[in-house]
Design a protein. Structure first.
Length: 388
């Protein structure tokens, strides 16, 4: 192995990638609004499960792990580099360029967003825990966005306009040439940024970055055996919190239906419920899987996630290639032509194939192909790739 790694962190990263694949395939790799499409009962039931346990949670888990890894990487750079900030800033610049290129092919790219927010994380990394943790929770719960929405509701401000025409987007996905697809995605970048800001997604992502940084700084996941009791408490708190929030949400929904609460303020309350639900599920995934990986029999059962987690950049971009070839007009053009249940199956098969390919690759090479290129470009020299 090229360096000592935390197996449970790789497993968590693999789990996040699996969830991202399922969500993206379920939507036919559409990263924006599409015209309504008919749905069968099986697809509707499966999508309820996806919405409850995977949507937003996989993305938030990936963001948490980015913040966690940021601390480990900056610590490693600090031990061997004279100017660790410059080295990591160059690493982010390379990720940003890759994100720009990826975003031309797929509007849902997260690499550009991660790179931009990574510079903010560099500015935040020396903040005291008394500042870092409250800021992380405030952003994860999207409190700034909620405050703005309350002001907008009280002041009766007009809603934000549609990002772009759903019918035009569907036509480009189904029938557009490669040049038309690239041009549409390029012109849609301002709308994507507006969505990230207006929906609170940008703030919540940075909040998960900060939370991952705080957890790594305090060593909770670097030595899970030492913090086993704390991890169990976190997992239990996450589970009980989910049950309590579900009960409150049901009561509030019944009251809203009985008293016909349809104001924007009631929607904000449900938005806050959603943010708490996402944070609780990420807590359960992180603490629960870390505890399971500490047990030999569970470690063996979950080991298939490790190679994909070690090759997260390569696997993430390979999922895009599979999605484009299956759903876009430059490939088979299946978007909105296949039921979501079938799309979920295709997503599971795609990730399974990539997990197997990752295992095959890492049996022969130190890094994934794109990980090796990224590391070599960051170091400004080619690193050894083949295993001796």
């Amino acid at each position: 192995m090229a360096e000592e790694r935390l197996a449970h962190i790789d497993a968590l990263r693999g789990l996040a990638l699996a969830g991202i694949a399922l969500v993206h395939f379920a939507d036919g790799f559409a990263a924006g609004p599409l015209p309504p499409a008919p749905s069968d009962a099986l697809s509707s039931a499966l999508m309820q499960v996806v919405e409850s346990f995977i949507s937003n949670k996989a993305y938030a888990l990936f963001a948490f792990l980015f913040g966690f890894s940021f601390y480990l990487q900056m610590s490693a750079y600090g031990r061997r580099e004279r100017h660790p900030d410059l080295r990591y800033a160059w690493r982010l610049v390379l990720l940003l360029l890759l994100g720009v290129l990826h975003g031309l092919f797929w509007l849902g790219d997260i690499l550009l967003i991660f790179a931009l927010l990574g510079f903010g994380l560099m500015a935040l990394r020396r903040a005291d825990d008394e500042v870092l943790l409250p800021l992380a929770f405030a952003l994860v719960l999207n409190l700034p966005g909620i405050c703005w929405d309350i002001v907008a509701a009280v002041a009766d401000l007009p809603p934000l306009p549609e990002l772009f025409d759903p019918h035009a987007y569907l036509r480009v996905l189904q029938h557009g040439s490669l040049a038309e697809l690239l041009r549409f995605h390029l012109e849609a970048q301002p709308a994507k940024l507006a969505f990230q800001v207006g929906s609170g997604r940008l703030a919540m992502t940075f909040g998960m970055f900060a939370l991952g940084l705080w957890v790594a700084r305090n060593g909770w996941l670097q030595a899970p055996q030492q913090y086993r009791h704390g991890l169990r408490t976190a997992a239990l708190a996450g589970l009980l919190g989910q049950l309590a929030m579900l009960a409150v949400a049901i009561v509030f929904h019944m009251l809203a239906a009985a008293f016909q609460w349809h104001s924007p303020l009631s929607a904000l309350v449900f938005g806050l419920f959603g943010s708490v639900h996402t944070l609780g599920m990420v807590t359960i995934y992180v603490a629960g899987l870390t505890l399971l990986m500490a047990q030999p029999h569970w470690h063996a059962r979950l080991a298939w996630l490790l190679p994909a987690g070690r090759m997260s950049l390569s696997v993430y971009l390979a999922q895009t290639v599979c999605g484009l070839l299956l759903f876009y007009g430059i490939g088979l053009g299946l978007v909105q032509k296949t039921p979501q249940a079938l799309n979920l199956l295709l997503g599971a098969l795609c990730f399974g194939a990539l997990a197997w390919a990752s295992r095959w690759w890492l049996a022969r090479y130190r890094y994934g192909p794109l990980e090796w290129a990224w590391r070599s470009a960051t170091a400004l020299r080619p690193l050894p790739l083949k295993l001796s």
